[in-house]
Design a protein around this ligand. Sequence first.
Ligand SMILES: C[S@@+](CC[C@H](N)C(=O)[O-])C[C@H]1O[C@@H](n2cnc3c(N)ncnc32)[C@H](O)[C@@H]1O
Length: 395
Amino acid sequence: MEPLRVLELYSGIGGMHQALRESCIPAQVVAAIDVNTVANEVYAYNFPHTQLLAKTIEGITLEEFDKLSFNMILMSPPCQPFTRIGLQGDVTDPRTNSLLHILDILPRLQKLPKYILLENVKGFEVSSTRDLLIQTIENCGFQYQEFLLSPTSLGIPNSRLRYFLIAKLQSEPLPFQAPGQVLKEFPKLESEHPEKNTIVAENKIERKKIEPNICFDNGRQCSGKEAILFKLETIEEIDRKHQQDSDLSVQMLKDFLEDDIDTNQYFLPPKSLLRYALLLDIVKPTCRRSTCFTKGYGSYIEGTGSVLQTSEDVQIENVYKSLTNLSQEEKITKLSMLKLRYFTPKEIANLLGFPPDFGLLRTFYTKMVMLFKIICNHDPNNFTIFVLICEFIPF
Ligand SMILES: C[S@@+](CC[C@H](N)C(=O)[O-])C[C@H]1O[C@@H](n2cnc3c(N)ncnc32)[C@H](O)[C@@H]1O
């Protein structure tokens, strides 16, 4: 098979390029395009031989696109216009203009690409922009399938539900195509290329090491029934967390943690401990879950991602139950016993599927929060993209 000529739009720090590389599919990224200078630095460091265009996509003309002569598009357009907690400006949000530009250019290209893979947030599937996208690719003759997938379905202990669309220029439907449905699971394919299946399977198994351990708490297996409400959590939430921690098909967090780190710089400051104690999503290294890390991680607490309890032998329930009637200082002392810390940027990168040697340019940034911002803001979801690419493209 001739190497695919891939155009990577909204390339960020290169999550899609990384996933493509790991898929072992013969491919060359002919150009990557992004306006963010910090992300571009990280991209250029990790993919020094790729042509990186630091431009706005809407500034690129039809002729320039034609010259790149690509046969695959990978893209993760900005998700802010579609997030459920945002304003949901959809087509009217100026951040959608670049995608509308691509949809305008696509039918007019001298040669249509053979494959398109698009990633966005949950919420995109019900947007008018999605309808325009579907209309455009259908008119161009693509077959397509939409998905809502989280890395947890690949055994990765991080919830990050995302929308994916894969489209192929051909007349017959894709083998796993389910018209009118957004699939919530990966397609199971009988490949005509068994050697490719072997590679995919090996990679999946390596990432999804199944371990016979269950999260034990003081000798007793976690169970929702015995849960004590000591934080601002509902019984349902606690039940869900216990179920996640007992799902042996998901790896433990400890497999993604760094060994030798200076933990001091990651401990939660006493002020945050006191103020947000009841809102924290606390996980232990033996847990099989973590919440989605967002760009505010390290600066804000609420809803930005889980924190890690490093003193595993301390009973969290006991700490929380004893807080009532304590002075502020005593509360801080109690809470500090849990030794709660942030995940490091590298650990988050591990959970997102970046290999150990992926450069985050640590030395460039004096503030840890900037690193969090780079890795979380750009929202790469490598494991999922990797499997979609592997299952979708014949080679
Ligand atoms: C969701 S992130 C992409 C994440 C990427 N897949 C990665 O692995 O980092 C969206 C990216 O689109 C870029 N972007 C947004 N609007 C753009 C535009 N009009 N032209 C070019 N890049 C744009 C942002 O700088 C950001 O890096």
